[in-house]
Design a protein around this ligand. Structure first.
Ligand SMILES: Nc1nc2c(ncn2[C@@H]2O[C@H](COP(=O)(O)OP(=O)(O)O)[C@@H](O)[C@H]2O)c(=O)[nH]1
Ligand SMILES: [Mg+2]
Length: 246
């Protein structure tokens, strides 16, 4: 059984599949790993290409979803399709620096963290060449996310590694939709999570297009509301439990 599964959500990422696998092969030398591409139907042949690679390399797997969309649900389903003790999530578009994966894995194996996050905001990190308005949206969304998690410098990161036992503990409390699965996972833990962060420099996209749009931003606020209401609900029920009974 592989030690590490890299879950790669992919929607219309055909040109990135081969270079990404080559980059993983290179940086994960000496690690027993597999990659699960969770491909939503984009009619561009991404899933065919992944399957073609899977025919040649047992470490490559394809989870093809039909009539479905959604980055968060793709990540969750990819993680649930794995039996490995450590699960990484990484974009298909080469924006995440695969060279950081061995350090992320070593950190989580150290046993002191449930989640290790690659952060674009820590000292030594960088947003790379992201457009200025994207940096502004990302910073605003990060600031709002402080309501749910004070521990993360980059709660919007889509590049992280977690231990399976943590996923199993929180998976039934996830909102499970939208773009920001890391924040969803951390919020679902309600403070009971050990996080470590490592800085990295995010690269810019070479092939394909960003899927971030108005709907994704709306879903983000729905996710915030869901977790805030869950907290409020818990507080209300705790208060009514502590009231003296007649
Ligand atoms: N399976 C799946 N993957 C998605 C979906 N939307 C985005 N992705 C993938 O999620 C990753 C991040 O998306 P991207 O558009 O690059 O977001 P950005 O980096 O914030 O601009 C990429 O690998 C996308 O292919 C989706 O609906 N389904
Ligand atoms: Mg991207």
């Amino acid at each position: 059984m592989p030690e590490l599964t890299v879950v790669i959500p992919a929607y219309r990422e055909r040109e990135n599949v081969v270079p990404l696998l080559a980059a993983l092969e290179q940086s994960l030398r000496g690690v027993d790993w597999e990659a699960i591409f969770v491909v939503d139907d984009g009619f561009d042949g991404t899933e065919e290409l992944v399957r073609e690679r899977a025919q040649q390399d047992r470490r490559v797997r394809c989870l093809h979803r039909i009539g479905r969309r959604g980055l968060a649900s793709a990540c969750v389903e990819g993680m649930l399709a794995s039996s490995a003790p450590y699960l990484a999530v990484m974009d298909a578009d080469l924006q995440h620096d695969e060279a950081l994966l061995p350090r992320m894995l070593a950190t989580i194996q150290g046993g002191t963290a449930d989640v290790v996050v690659a952060s674009r905001y820590m000292a030594g990190a960088s947003m790379g060449e992201l457009a200025p308005e994207r940096v502004r949206i990302s910073r605003l969304a990060s600031w709002m996310s402080r309501l749910l998690s004070r521990h993360l410098t980059d709660p919007m990161s889509g590049f992280f590694i977690l231990r399976r036992s943590f996923l199993e503990r929180v998976m039934r409390h996830l909102y499970g939709r939208g773009f920001k699965i890391l924040l969803d996972l951390v919020a679902a833990a309600r403070g009971d999570v050990r996080i470590e962060e490592l800085p990295y420099r995010m690269r810019s996209r070479r092939h394909g297009e960003s899927k971030l749009g108005a709907r994704v931003i709306a879903e983000y606020f729905m996710m915030l509301m869901y977790h805030l209401l869950r907290r409020l609900g818990r507080r209300v029920s705790a208060e009514s439990d502590s009231e003296p009974r007649p």
